[in-house]
Write a new protein. Sequence first.
Lengths: 910, 286
Amino acid sequence: MLTLGSLAFASPWLLTALAVLPVIWLLLRVTPPAPRRLNFPAIRILHLLTPKEETPARTPWWLVLLRLLIAALVILGLSEPLLNPSARLAGDGPVVIALDDTWAAAPRWEDRRRVLLRLIEDAEQQSRQVVLLTTSEGVDEARRSSGVVRPTDARALVQAMEPRPWGPDMAATAAALDKLQLPSAGATAYLVDGLDHGAGQVQLIERLQRLGRLTAHLPAPPQVARALMPPDGLSSDLVVGARRPIAGAEAEVAVRAIAGDGRLIAREAARFAADGIKTEVKFVLPTELRNQVQRLEIENEPSAAAVVLLDERWRRRPVGLIGPTQFDASQPLLDELHYLDKALAPFAEVRRGPVAELLKRELAVILLPDAGALPPADKAQLAPWIEAGGVLMRFAGPKLANAEDDLVPVKLRKGDRALGGALSWNRPQPLAPFETASPFAGLAVPTDVTVQRQVLAQPGLELNERTWARLADGTPIVTGERRGLGWNVLVHTTAIPTWSNLPMSGLFVDMLRRVVALSQGVTGSVSTQPLPPIETLDGFGRITAPPPSAVALVGDARVGSRNPPGFYGTESARRALNLGPFVADAAALTQIPNGVTRASYAIGEETVLKPHLLTAALLLLLIDIVIGLVLRGLMPGRVAAARAAIALLALLPIAAEAQTRNPPSRANAVDAFALEGTLNVRLAYVITGDARTDETSRLGLEGLTHILQRRTAIEPDGPLGVDVEADELAFFALIYWPMTQSQAMPSPSAMQRLNTYLKNSGTIVFDTRDAGEIVVDPFAGGPGAQKLREIARGLSIPALVPAPPEHVLTKAFYLLNDFPGRFASGQLWVEATRAQGEDEVSSVILGSNDWAGAWASDAGGRALYAVVPGGEIQREMAFRFGVNLVMYALTGNYKADQVHVPAILERFGQ
Amino acid sequence: MQQRAEQLASILPPLMVSAQRVAATVAQGVHGRRRVGQGETFWQYRRYLPGDSVRSVDWRRSAKSDQVFVRETEWEAAQTVWLWRDTSASMRWRSRRDLPEKADRAEILLRALGLLLVGAGERIALLGESLPPTTGRTALLRLSHGLERPTAAPAGIPNFEPLPRHAELVLIGDLLAPLDEVQALVGKFVAKGVRGHLLQVLDPAEETLPFAGRVRFEGMEGEASALLPRVESLRTDYIDRMSEHREGLAHIARAAGWYFSCHHTDRSAESGLLALYGALARDRMN
């Protein structure tokens, strides 16, 4: 075997024949081309001539080249070249293969599997056994190491392998390897997920190296798994961080925002800088859409770390406004709630109502406009809510200034301070820039925002640290106090512009936004109680049922086999656990110990090139023959030669296509039935299972179809048999259903479908075919009627009446008095009350005259069954009834409307 | 009549139709004998001279005057023309698809000539058919049958047949036979007092040898093949040889007082026929 890169030759000694090519070239150049043969009458004169020179005409160089190419192709083909040859594994003994099946292995899992299968195949070819090791954490011993198995068993194991949405436990794998106590393996391979997993990994590599020659398969740097960080929930836009474990070339990463129902809401792209490992993707979405986002994922990267699940914490926070439920709409600008409502509307869901009402539902923030001392009942409800994580934000005002209340973050002085009044020297104060410790840090302070009045805090030890915002002179304007898990915040001025123009500024909105962001989301969701897993991600980042290893989430647990990423909690209060933050510092594995062969995952299938080369040679040979014929003048012209070549080339793909054509599948059969049923109007009959009856139905409807084509504007295609159990009924306006004794009862699902069909204005013609039977018990009816009664028990058949003499069926096309079939004595029953929505077509038409029998004829057009009492008139009448029936089913009450025609005409006439 | 006409039409091959068309275009340009003699067309009235047959007196004309007039007709002495065309294999050849085969052209010329001659009242016969010359429709039918009948042993030149004196002979073919054979044949006919016309029908390719490269030429009548490594180098030699051959033919014809002409299949059939018919007519005028 001779290997040149990805090309190898199984019989390389044949390549020496290539040395003969120059000789062939010389021979071809020297040998004159075969002469054209030409008939010539005046040959006697030619015989008189003596040839002057014998230098033969030369074969054209391109023809020589073509022939050399053919020779070269044949030589190359016979030397059995192989593309991507499988390498021989070193040594002997079992082949040990370790595979990272962590989250980072999920992208390009198929490549890994292919490499794995190739290794197993190589082992099989050398009749060696295989040891498969996986490294992901939380897998029991038996599944971590396959033990020494035969390649076929190993292959089955590989097919069942899947990446897991968590990290590795290298030490356990190394231990499992030790436990096998292999003397020597000869060849080992380690399929690295691309990440550096620290000391355990080094240890594992050393073990493998000790066992035999180790080949480490590493993904190319751009293919190492990336991770997506959950958005921080502070900003109104969703800002998602993306990280890659290794810096490299500039790369684009696209992130998709997907709703809970799988809808794609937005797709944004960002770029990793050439040497950067971080980038941010920003989704600027209207709040409505933003709240629907449940999942963010890196496009085309199926891995658990590339998915971020969003729960309520990232949703718009519900904010309560304490006050009357209704606005005072007459003077909105004097209403504090109006300003708060407007300011909150862009980013929060606002509810209004008294405290008791508000706290019945979950709230993140409660805003309390200027109020005096709160009623004790409200206070009793608010205090625990704040402790549990709620944020109460109060606004000052005249009422608070004159009341004493302890539900404030700082002690207040009685009364208020006026700045810039008529009797005051000082001017209205602007706000000072926010301090860095303040929740408002970073917000720009507009210079035109001034405060004229405020309530003042009592100086105290804790005042300074509780102050979130100050006026330019240093007096606190916003103070906040941590209470339990929540916050109590006071704005020392009003929420209406009487004391300050702050409520009219954009800063007000931003400040409220910060306060809302400060909240825990839905209070009470952070608890120490265990949250059971609802849905978790699999290794590919798909939502699935939780694996058996998953247990309830307690506190801030790490992602692992016990807590796979996914949703925990209850359906109403879900908490998302994302893998991203736990793998944020993942780094790519770049250093591998000396002596380890580095390999990639990019391996192709081993391709045997021999047949391709020989085929090409054969084709070229054919072309050469055609050219030779043309040169000798044996082809009747160049055009013909071109045609022959084109025809030859055109045949090839046809032949290839003929080989690859697949048999039609079951889905195609369903489609075919749908197409057959819908491309043209068709009559349909129910296949009863009784061959004779079905054949009669088919022939009968064929006969009726023929009559319809000849006499009416309805031109149906041939009738279709319908299996009520399997086929879709909706395609047919009319279904003929003869009753047979042997007929099986339709299954409940078929009954349901039949009922749906009847409800959606389908029409079934039941034919009991027993009008000619001698009925012992007239009450019970004939055998067909009895069968029908059995079947109809499951069908929602409306009340039926004998067809009245003025029924549309008597005049839909022909004027009829009765409705004979093979028998004439049967009674025709139709729906008693006409449903308006269904064009007044009776959904059920029931008779016993065996119409199909009367319509049926053989191929020669001769009727198959005699009509009783007889006569061609009766058969004609049967056909006429059939025409009326189809007309009635297709046109509905159209004919019934015609009774009004005289009246309409009379009106026109005037 | 109708039936016979249809019958005739049905046995006329397409060749006959084109021959008729060719003949029709030529007939317009040929004039009568322009002298007194036996015939049916009125030529002139002449005073009765003693010795004239009473039957030749034109009584109607004579009654108009005191003189007796004799009605003279234009001389329409019928002549016998023997026709022959080359049916050998070498005639079934054409160099290009858009040209007719030499044999086809020869046959068209022969048929058209036959039509013209019969139309002029001459008696015609095919050489080698051993049928007496006839005229009228019979002659045309015989000509047709003769042409359709395959010749027993086709040869490049006809066999000598003792023809009556003063008969005319028309030979149409490629006349590529060796000159001495032609010379011998013509000599025999001349010795019998037969006047003749030679029409050489050639494909243009036979004139110019427009081939190139290595070509093996195969004879069409069993000649040995000739392998020419470079045809183009021999072209001028060939053309010289060919014209030499034609000169030889012309010389033979001139010496015998015969008419010789060469016709190429890329020219119209009318041109060849006109030349041939003109020569025939000239002959009879003398």
